[in-house]
Design a protein around this ligand. Sequence first.
Ligand code: ADP
Ligand code: MG
Length: 386
Amino acid sequence: MKVTDIEFDSFRNIESEKIEFSDGINVIYGENAQGKTNILEGIYLFARGKSFRAFKDKELVKFDKSVAYVKMNFENKDNEKTFLGAEISKSLPKKFYRNKVKVAKTAEIIGEFRAVLFCPSHLGIIKDSPSVRRKFLDVAISQLRPVYIKMMTRYNAVMEERNAILKMMSEERILNQDLMDIYSEELASLCADIADIRNEYIKKLDFWVKNFFEEMTGGKEKPKITYESNASENDFESRESLKNRYLDLLKNNKEREYKYGATLFGIHKDDLKIEINGKDSRLYSSQGQQRSLSLAMKMAEGEISRESKGEYPVFLFDDVLSELDDSRKKYILSNIKARQVIITGCDKGVFENTDECNFIYIKDGKRNIPVFEKVENEENLEADME
Ligand SMILES: Nc1ncnc2c1ncn2[C@@H]1O[C@H](COP(=O)(O)OP(=O)(O)O)[C@@H](O)[C@H]1O
Ligand SMILES: [Mg+2]
């Protein structure tokens, strides 16, 4: 899968610009605050259906404008071209277009264009709160299984209602068991569906992370990723046993739930247990190990996507190379062949001597020719003329 070009109009600090990408490695470079990450944000918008860093869509619209447009063309491995467009208004909900036709719901475009994003905040995934690791799972799985988005949306809605009722009951000291049972039943059913998908994904993640991490560290360190949920290994044998497990937990902890006024069991409590050589990496891993693990997790995300969809997603690396040491950088570079990678950074860095890269210099939200390269070119020109 590859992005061939993207066009921005009034998006963040980009007034109007079209950027073309090549196969392989694309390096977007330039000084700070010029719009490099904004470009990746625009691309990733089509993978996730929303920005990876804005709270509200309107933040994406240029300060002095009311509507922003992003238009992207991408190709799959059979060279089939797809156009995706986004219209983001400061006052109306955003609209997506596929091949010029308006898409009814944002969720409908998710999964069509697939990308793996790796940005500096992901380097903390090992030590961050469980919600960050759940988000990693949700974002990765959503691109592969659109039905998962529906399940999660429903789950959150049911849980919210259940919590509101629990809160009300605990405040008013009344107990409506029949009503609670209806909610528990649906919640347990959704827990079983979601936990089953997460469990399957985490097994693949464990396999690929082992593979990448051992390659990076020469095999001395063995990572292990397991699913931390309310269910135990045996419960995963059938959907029925999985559902019953959650139902039991919800039914047998009524008193506690009334006391807290909230749902205390379910997939919203899930986490990933990440170990190196049997030791919990949240507690014991060094910063270097954490970085390698987070990198391995991102590479694994790409591999699982390839296995599931038959081609690599696009890799978007935002400013992470400068955060990694030379051996990890080299590892990335030797392992990203046959994929399209779009990397941002302050300088051309390790790519300087690589001919095969497509270099894109960004200044003030525009594609530009850097001053120092201009001078060099002019010097060459003069030398040629002499
Ligand atoms: N809605 C917006 N309108 C105009 N400029 C914006 C908007 N949002 C962010 N910016 C500007 O974009 C720049 C940051 O762009 P970014 O892509 O994060 O930079 P970098 O090149 O360092 O990755 C900042 O100058 C910021 O002021
Ligand atoms: Mg940036």
